[in-house]
Design a protein around this ligand. Sequence first.
Ligand SMILES: Nc1ncnc2c1ncn2[C@@H]1O[C@H](COP(=O)(O)OP(=O)(O)OP(=O)(O)O)[C@@H](O)[C@H]1O
Ligand SMILES: [Mg+2]
Length: 344
Amino acid sequence: MITLSNVVKTFTSRFGSFTALNGIDLTIQKGEIFGIIGYSGAGKSTLVRMINMLETPTSGEVTVGDTKLNQLSSRELRRARRKIGMVFQHFNLLWSRTVAENVALPMEIAGVPKREHAARVMELLDLVGLSEKADAYPAQLSGGQKQRVGIARALANQPDVLLCDEATSALDPKTTDSILELLKEINRKLGLTIVLITHEMHVIEKICDRVAVMESGRIIEMGDVVEVFSHPKTTTTRELISQVAGSEQPEQEFLEGLNQGAVLRCTFLGEAANQTVISKLVTELGVEVNILQGQIKRLKDIAFGTLYIQVPGDVEVEAKTVAYLKKQGIKVDVLRGAEGGGRS
Ligand SMILES: Nc1ncnc2c1ncn2[C@@H]1O[C@H](COP(=O)(O)OP(=O)(O)OP(=O)(O)O)[C@@H](O)[C@H]1O
Ligand SMILES: [Mg+2]
């Protein structure tokens, strides 16, 4: 559906040149929700702006559907862009127009006959749950409602692709989730391909099928969300995952005051199916376990995250506990040995 082949983007100004995209190869399937994640400056927005030619590549090729975008005349490009909707972080609504007039704008630009606007606008507002706000002005709406208008507007010309650049980054967590649900619903109902850019792993976890992790203008990791979450290959990806798994702990402080038995950090990376592993320690090994803190998240069939446990007892108990956990595919670090002192 969408293909980028060896795309390079170099910005040149009188201050010098900067390569924001450094050889991007990417294929996005029709109908999927594809996430692009990375820290600020990674090149995410530049990449997504290649997909509708808001930026033109310095070299490489961008294809959407059957159309090679970088070979089009400006007239052909305008036509192709109608099939690519875009949603922005700060909504980009026109403040002097009502909700309905904002949603109708792309139709006006595309020359859709005026008599067709009203019905289409109502259909779109119904889809995003804002039928009652047709005559309101953007200033009268909450952030979540503004973004719903942004989404309705992006869908006005029945696009095949919806690009979302940090569409939820200005919203609180609850509103974020409701917008993500809406995007998922739209993806399902309309069979639309969605490309979603974010710096929050939560967004990826919530609705994406596949994900690409970007750093310094390159894709450093790409795959099914479950696969990437369960077997992260790079430090950056692991860091991003820890946002949702809550696995980083101030270990030194944490260990103070825990002066009995062994303290273990158990990292679940997917192979260990679930938390029953811990309860089996008790039933099968007869080992007592105190869960200190940590968080295990589930994503489809996998568990990932970190659990800190304390195992009262001697060195022998520690050894058999560690051996058992490792056999279950859990990564174990001994933060404090049963005889005192840390090792791993
Ligand atoms: N028009 C431009 N001229 C010069 N440099 C640019 C231009 N646009 C982007 N850049 C640079 O390219 C790099 C990537 O920018 P981009 O906006 O794609 O990052 P991003 O991953 O979207 O970051 P953020 O999460 O902050 O939105 C940045 O270092 C930025 O300064
Ligand atoms: Mg950006």
